[in-house]
Write a protein that binds this ligand. Structure first.
Ligand SMILES: [Zn+2]
Length: 504
């Protein structure tokens, strides 16, 4: 059976576009999860882009042993050498060099002719090859590149040592049939193509990224570049979970395999969504909240009688627990730990203690605690982000006859207790103003959304915000049954992320 290499670019294409910077420790945490998921290649970043990116790639390379670590590079000597700096400690390092090849990019962006582009690509692949054997090359905007020139370019970079040639649909323009025929054309016309793996990198501008990727596999591509939840530039990249589950579910038509441990898909999706502040739409295939929910009476009736009447995949195959039992006020530590284990969390005793306390507190307010509530507790209590300021207490008075007033108490960097109060146009505004008086970082709130984790009036509210400071955006998340408290936590989370990222 033909294996399809899964190349994940969540930390590069995904992070670059999420509108939210991730801290180095968050990137490392996502890389660990991708390794457990069984990803073959992790594109960890773009080292020349910033010192923080280089540092993150370096840390990931030092720790991750089970996946190949790839660094992206412009076709420039310094970029190639910096990429190598980032990944040289990896168990299986890879450099990914890219250069535009379409007429429109060459004449308007690069201002170079075909011969110059050909020579530059060849020379930079050769330069990368001096550092290591595993080199990938991408002709950017390949789907709008003249075919003859594309074949010529691919032949040249394979001669220079490229072991993977990636065909990006950079602008999300291609159609499945057309893309399939492009890959077949490459197989037929590039005479040294058997020395390299053909890869594809599809964007979702027309909603076709997954369809195009699958068409490419059928035409001979054996590496797919994709991201968790399909995040990425503009409309995003091909979604990993959709590609992997399509191959698995329609194995009758697609005789391929991947090394992905599909039971870890759901948890990976949640982790990426939490850290980037990018919600997964409820109707998203595979990982959306409604993906395995049956509303129609006829469907529900069918599912109860026989699951496969309306379900083509088993929810447990992506790591959604099949159990509907909820925990409640009387559930003990043992039941709590058992349930977390079944959700895939292996927590230390200390972590169990912290989360159990939060669970008990919630159980006092809410009669049924579902798996979604537990996930909210875990991501709230076990944040990997180090807190420079910690929210101790928030108190608000508001209503239609008073001016909303908030008082907050924080622990500062040196452990000192800080407190202040402020008025605002609404309770959240008042809380944010009070926090601003203590944490003096100029920023602008550009996005604020609140949703409930589960149904019911006693549900946990989850607040996601984005703030902007000096041209950079930072996401923040907070959860609590009181949405004002959740809002305050989300703001503290975003401010801490801003401060930590700036210090890196
Ligand atoms: Zn891309």
């Amino acid at each position: 059976m033909d294996k399809v290499i899964i190349f994940d670019t969540t930390l590069r294409d995904g992070e670059q576009s999420a509108g939210a910077a991730l801290t180095i420790s968050e990137k490392l945490e996502i890389a660990r999860q991708l390794e457990k998921l069984g990803v073959d290649v992790i594109e960890a970043g773009f080292p020349i882009a910033s010192p923080g990116d280089l540092e993150a790639v370096r840390n990931i390379s030092k720790e991750i042993r089970g996946s190949s670590i790839c660094a992206l590079s412009h076709a420039q000597p310094q970029a190639v050498d910096t990429a190598w700096e980032g990944i040289k400690d990896a168990a299986e390092p890879r450099i990914h060099v890219f250069l535009s090849s379409s007429e429109i990019h060459m004449s308007h962006q690069l201002r170079k002719n075909r011969d110059q582009v050909l020579e530059q690509a060849r020379a930079m692949v050769a330069r990368a090859k001096k550092h290591l054997d595993n080199v990938e090359f991408s002709p950017m905007d390949a789907t709008r590149t003249d075919r003859k020139f594309l074949y010529q370019l691919l032949r040249a970079v394979i001669d220079a040592g490229a072991t993977t040639v990636n065909i990006p649909d950079t602008v999300g323009y291609t159609m499945p049939k057309e893309f399939g025929s492009l890959i077949q054309g490459i197989k037929r016309n590039v005479d040294n193509i058997e020395k390299a793996v053909i890869s594809v990198h599809c964007h979702n501008d027309l909603g076709l990224a997954v369809a195009n990727s699958l068409a490419a596999i059928d035409s001979g591509a054996r590496q797919i570049e994709c991201t968790v939840n399909g995040i990425g530039e503009r409309a995003g990249n091909a979604s990993m979970e959709e590609i992997v589950m399509a191959i698995k579910t329609r194995h009758d038509l697609m005789k391929y395999s991947t090394d992905i441990n599909t039971e870890r898909i759901y948890k990976t999706s949640r982790l990426v969504s939490d850290f980037t502040g990018m919600y997964v739409q409820p109707n998203k295939a595979i990982v959306g909240a409604n993906a395995f929910r049956h509303e129609s009476g006829i469907h529900q009736d069918g599912i109860i009688k026989e699951r496969t009447t309306y379900e083509i995949m088993d929810p447990e195959s992506i790591g959604l627990s099949g159990t509907t039992l909820s925990l409640g006020k009387l559930s003990g530590r043992h039941a709590f730990r058992k349930r977390l284990e079944s959700l895939g969390y292996a927590l230390s005793d200390d972590e169990i203690n912290r989360t159990f306390a939060a669970f008990k507190e919630l159980a006092d307010k809410k009669k049924e605690i579902t798996d979604r509530d537990l996930e909210a507790i875990i991501s709230e209590e076990l944040r990997t982000i180090s807190e420079i300021y910690h929210l101790e207490q928030v108190q608000v008075s508001c209503g239609d006859l008073t001016m909303p007033t908030a008082s907050v108490r924080l622990t500062g960097p040196d452990g000192k207790i800080l407190s202040d109060a402020a008025q605002g146009t609404g309770p959240v505004d008042a809380v944010y103003r009070a926090i601003n008086r203590l944490v003096k970082v100029p920023n602008e709130l550009i996005e604020f959304s609140v949703k409930s984790v589960t149904e019911g009036i006693d549900a946990i509210g989850e607040v996601t915000i984005r703030i902007e400071s000096e041209g950079k955006r930072y996401a923040g998340r907070g959860a609590h049954t009181d949405i004002i408290v959740a809002s305050a936590r989300a703001y503290m989370n975003a401010l801490n992320r801003l401060l930590v990222t700036k210090g890196e």
